[in-house]
Design a protein. Structure first.
Ligand code: 26M
Length: 824
């Protein structure tokens, strides 16, 4: 199958070279004599892009002719990373390209490295959407992604004097992977008012009038599947002033500046990704982004449906729309508005279509992340939508009242409108009421939403509306692309690269758990990956780390619930222990490199303080001659997808240590294990299912359980809260000023000592240290350690995003793959 599609790629490296030269000399208008790596990257990308276009068009045609159901994945975030390497591997032409580039005097790695990440996301939620696109295309599902084309993705993080500094990520200078569709535009309305009137037949009509119009322009990004010609589409909307809106009156009357200002105001809508992860701040521009994107996407989806000339009742048989968290929930209201106000359907018929079309995925239980919009703000920006929400709520509450007539409190609890000052629209409740399925992203998380935040809705709708789809990751990017040598070794033992499409084939590896030769190769690959990361650490931080040391990695967004503070307190404890040892005792210790990476939301002061502490600890520890190689502390600047591809394959152990019940799933835990690293973690999110799959001997679990968290918090507040004695020593050292001005860290320490230790750092600290000691011991026996790693990888098949997407397709979307025909 691999070779079958080669005809659609380049036949030889000479073919490829010719195309690169042609693009350098024509598209880029440069001469080959001054073709630098940047130009070579652009030309190579354009050459691959050209190859994708044919299959992309055929895929769209195939979908149109087959006239079946399509899936639309609505996400405000797509954390795509780089496209060239991925396109080369998915098309199966990387070796051809390597040869061609070599002939032209370039190393393919240097060319790949020229690409700027497409960083249109914050963290887990955005990267999950990107993995899903890869699986949808690779499995031949007729699917579209819809998002916003931010001019600025997630900010670039710089570390200056130990502090995070945010630098704008202007990434669109030249992006060969997007196709502007200046002919695909939608006018989007905001503000204005609602008028009710009787039409000539005496029918009640509603029209939304006045306000302002902004134009949405489509930009399309091809999504190539792996080992299939299927190439799906990611459509990103960009905002600009509507032509009528560019005020010619102002312009002609000489008010040039204010007409340019209008232009810029329109462009502001898609200008910047909100850099919060798990925090909602209710800013008007964010709601504008949401409606702009949702309205443009629905217009597109409805237009496509209408071309088929089917009855409206067939809409849910043709269209499945998945809401990636509550961010696109306005789509529920917008579709109801289209059917009601524009298409003239009756309320009940419209609502039945709407609620059969949508599915809603919840990604967090953190209360501060649950989206709410103030009613006055809504009223001003989207007056008609607010009316429809009130009506949805009325009908919903009436059915609840009928079903549970005696439960007055229940109505207030489940109302989509919170009766606060000001009133608020609860988006998660709206999403539940407007969808036919609601899912969490790991078993524990799906259980938790049913028993806590959405408990009343389970009672109202019954348990079948709520389900679990455990997250997954694409093995193409997170094994084959990030760790080519490991992928090759696995291929050599499992009968080729088939495991990349059927990850359960990894099972075959269990046969080699005691194979000396295999284990040697395995260890060599891990070592080489650590050398590669050590080089990156040297060039970016100027710290020399020993690749033979145990690499202990925690890379993810910085958040108190993810407990990077517990990790760094543990590092300080290790440092103090080393300082108190005799030289003989020190010789018995396993050298360790503690590596951190991740961005803090710009307004999240505590998270920024954690980064500051990590850097200050590093500054002290890394130059202490008593410590030497025994401990190094590294903070890697600007963690992103392309850096993850270097970091993850180099871990011996990675940390997934959230307070139990707070991390919905986690997905980097899966990436680390798939790359032959072990994990230390709490009984939270997907860690639990990873343990079930790989066996509890192969994971270092510790800490309190989710079911005990509530009681512990209660006891912190109303009982006496004594701090763990080892943690107290760490705090003493911080207060002494060993890591710089103690005042800088008083809030971090105070949150635990004086303010209830909401995330249970002190409660879990002792068992955390104890478990880290077990890690040290286990690492000393390399032979057994490697066996654990191999066994774990062999059992990771379940965590492919292919399995995950197939579950969505079957249990939520009711869609089938559309296989390319023979000879296609
Ligand atoms: C909300 C309002 C305004 C601005 C931004 C937001 C917002 C953005 C991202 C809120 C939440 C966001 O993401 C939540 C998230 O990333 N959740 C993670 O989802 C992953 C994929 O399911 C899980 O693996 C992680 O456990 C979960 O934290």
């Amino acid at each position: 199958a691999w070779k079958k599609y080669a005809a659609h790629g380049f036949k030889t490296k000479e073919d490829f070279e010719k195309e690169v030269v042609r693009h350098v000399e024509t598209t880029l208008a440069r001469s080959m004599f001054n073709c630098d790596e940047g130009a070579a990257y652009s030309a190579a990308s354009l050459a691959f892009r050209d190859r994708l276009i044919t299959e992309w068009n055929r895929t769209q045609q195939r979908q149109t002719f087959s006239d079946g159901k399509r899936v639309y994945y609505l996400s405000l975030e797509f954390l795509m990373g780089r496209a060239l390497d991925n396109a080369m591997l998915n098309v199966g032409m990387k070796d051809v390209a390597r040869g061609g580039l070599a002939d032209l005097g370039f190393r393919i790695e240097d060319i790949i490295d020229q690409e700027h990440d497409a960083a249109l996301g914050n963290g887990g939620l955005g990267r999950l959407a990107a993995c899903f696109l890869d699986s949808l295309a690779s499995l031949n599902y007729p699917a579209w992604g819809y998002g916003l084309r931010y001019r600025y993705g997630i900010f670039k993080q710089e570390i200056v004097d130990g502090y995070q500094v945010e630098v704008p990520d202007y990434w669109l200078d030249f992006n060969p992977w997007e196709f502007p569709r200046h002919d695909v535009t939608v006018d989007i309305q905001f503000y204005g008012n609602v008028r009710k009137y009787q039409d000539s037949q005496g029918k009640q009509q509603v029209s939304w009038e006045g306000g302002e119009i902004v134009k949405a322009v489509a930009f399309d990004v091809p999504i190539p599947g792996f080992d299939t010609p299927a190439t799906n589409n990611l459509r990103l909307w960009s905002s600009k002033a509507a032509s009528g809106e560019f005020d010619f009156q102002k312009f002609n009357s000489g008010d040039y500046e204010s007409s340019v200002a209008d232009q810029q105001r329109a462009e502001t809508i898609s200008a910047v990704l909100y850099p919060n992860d798990n925090l909602d701040r209710g800013k008007e521009l964010r709601l504008k982004q949401q409606y702009f994107w949702v309205a443009a996407s629905l217009y597109d989806i409805v237009r496509r449906f209408k071309k088929s000339k089917r009855a409206w009742s067939e809409f849910p048989d043709q269209v499945a729309i998945q809401l990636n968290d509550t961010h696109p929930t306005l789509a529920v209201v917008e579709l109801q508005r289209i059917l009601l106000d524009l298409e003239g359907l009756e309320w009940d018929e419209a609502w039945s279509i709407v609620s059969q079309t949508f599915g809603y995925t919840n990604h967090t239980v953190l209360p501060e992340a649950l989206e709410k919009w103030s009613v006055p703000l809504f009223q001003n920006l989207l007056p008609r939508h607010l009316q429809i929400i009130y009506e949805i709520n009325l009908y919903f509450l009436q059915t609840v009242e009928r079903k549970f007539p005696k439960e007055r409190d229940l109505l207030a609890r489940v109302s989509i409108i919170e009766e606060s000052q000001p009133k608020m629209v609860r988006m998660a409740y709206l999403a539940i009421v407007g969808s036919h399925k609601v899912n969490g992203v790991a078993e524990l998380h799906s259980d938790l939403i049913k028993t806590t935040i959405f408990k009343d809705f389970v009672k109202i709708f019954g348990p079948d509306k709520f389900t679990n789809v455990t997250n997954g990751i694409t093995p193409r990017r997170w094994l084959h692309q990030a760790n080519p040598r490991l992928s090759e070794l696995i291929a050599s033992k499992t009968g080729g690269i088939g495991f990349l499409k059927d990850l359960n084939l990894l099972n075959e590896l269990e046969k080699y758990v005691d194979d000396k030769e295999f284990k040697k190769e395995w260890a060599e690959i891990k070592y080489a990956n650590k050398v590669r990361l050590a080089k990156h650490i040297k060039t970016t931080t100027d710290v020399t780390v020993n690749p033979s040391a145990l690499f202990d990695i925690q890379v993810k967004r910085i958040h108190e619930y993810k407990r990077q503070q517990m990790n760094i307190f543990g590092v300080i404890h290790r440092y103090l222990t080393i300082k108190n040892m005799t030289p003989e005792e020190r010789k018995k210790l396993a050298p360790r490199v503690s590596i951190f990476g991740g961005k803090a939301a710009p307004g999240y002061w505590m998270a920024k303080t954690i980064i500051h502490l990590i850097n200050n600890v590093g500054a002290v520890v890394n130059k202490d001659p008593d410590v030497g190689d025994l401990l190094k502390v590294i903070f890697l600047e600007d963690y992103n997808v392309s850096k993850a591809e270097i970091i993850i394959p180099a871990s011996d152990i990675s940390e997934h240590i959230s307070t139990a019940g707070t991390e919905a799933s986690g997905t980097s835990n899966m990436k680390f294990v798939l790359n032959g690293g072990l994990i230390i973690g709490t009984c939270d999110g997907a860690n639990i299912e990873i343990t079930r799959e790989i066996g509890e001997d192969n994971i270092f679990l510790f800490g309190n359980l989710a079911e005990d968290v509530e009681d512990l918090r209660h006891s912190h507040t109303y009982g006496s809260h004594t701090i763990d004695s080892d943690l107290a020593k760490v705090f003493e050292e911080i207060k002494k000023g060993t890591f710089g001005d103690a005042g800088a860290f008083s809030a971090l320490v105070g949150a635990i000592e004086d303010h209830g230790d909401y995330y249970l750092v002190s409660d879990d600290f002792n068992t955390y240290l104890h478990t880290q000691a077990l890690v040290d011991e286990a690492y000393k026996n390399q032979d057994e350690w490697i066996s654990k790693c191999i066994t774990s990888v062999a059992r990771m098949g379940f965590f492919s995003s292919d399995r995950c997407i197939n579950e969505y397709a079957e249990s939520i979307w009711n869609v089938e793959p559309l296989a390319p025909e023979n000879g296609d």
